[in-house]
Ligand binder design. Sequence first.
Ligand SMILES: *Cc1c(COP(=O)(O)O)cnc(C)c1O
Length: 354
Amino acid sequence: MSRFWSTKVHDLTPYVPGEQPQDQVYIKLNTNESPYGPSPRAIAAMRAACDDNLRLYPDPQCLKLKQSIAHFHNLSSDQVFVGNGSDEVLAFTFQGFFKQDKPLLYPDISYSFYPVYCELYDIETRTQPLNERLEIDLDQYPNDNGGIIFPNPNAPTGQGVELEAIERLVQRNPGSVVVVDEAYIDFGGDSAAVLIPKYDNLLVIQTLSKSRALAGIRVGFALGDKALIEGLERIKNSFNSYPLDRPALAGATASIEDREHFETNRRKVIATREWCTEALTRLGFKVIPSKANFVFACHPQHDAGRLYQALKQAGILVRYFNKPRISDHLRITIGTDSEMQRLIEQLTTLIEAQ
Ligand SMILES: *Cc1c(COP(=O)(O)O)cnc(C)c1O
């Protein structure tokens, strides 16, 4: 606390990211990073970008990267916005579209950065409860709103939303921007990006942090009607003209263009997730069917907080949310097959010890 802080800064409740402890080497299954490296072509492109040209500012339009992303999604480059991680793209989205007379709608159990942005930008909200199976039910969302945002698949549940339900929501809310946060879409969900040519009120946000294993370079993007994209560009150009550095632009472009590496690794994660879900179920866990690179599981006989602590002591980090309705769950990122085998062995020991 300091007397120099504004009231606003004083009142903020900042987002708390998952632990990145430095005290020992953990099997890290707590922040949904990829267990596999990024595309070797992306690494080569970033190395090549580290030359004398670093004295020059990067391209403020990020045109090459936008073109690669547009090509990947069958859109045009004026339907693409890129930012410093999808968190930055989300921040601009909240600032640009969600400050309205009516409240913003989002799921009560969801990405915990949403309420942080709402507080920062003074956005009124009305959270929408997940159903008893912890699913998002978009058909229950009221039409009277100042915007809608939800992750698909949802975090931290991993549950996926049907494309038809998203389209119904977008159709019956022509006066609101509907944002689908697709951080985990590449692990089995259906992207709403295919709907963009049909609707001017839909924005889809993706990231290179998860399925492309590039959390370390901070690149995210939005896809939408060009007027929405222009709105985001206006904010970006009023804030920071160069949010993406030269190595990040080169690495991200090469990553988008390396389809084979992308396909191989996302399929590996999906395959590991499927056997892990079965193994956890055999141990007595209830696992929500996941379309993401993590699973959300609870054990009727075991306290999730205690399991989290015991795993940490054994050198395995998972995520535990001490929050209403989900404090009996663990969120476990899908690692390599051998990391997940270690997890299952450790959980077997903990569960059989009782
Ligand atoms: C990880 C995550 C993000 C942020 O990703 P970055 O691009 O690394 O900023 C956004 N939304 C959800 C739901 C996420 O889980």
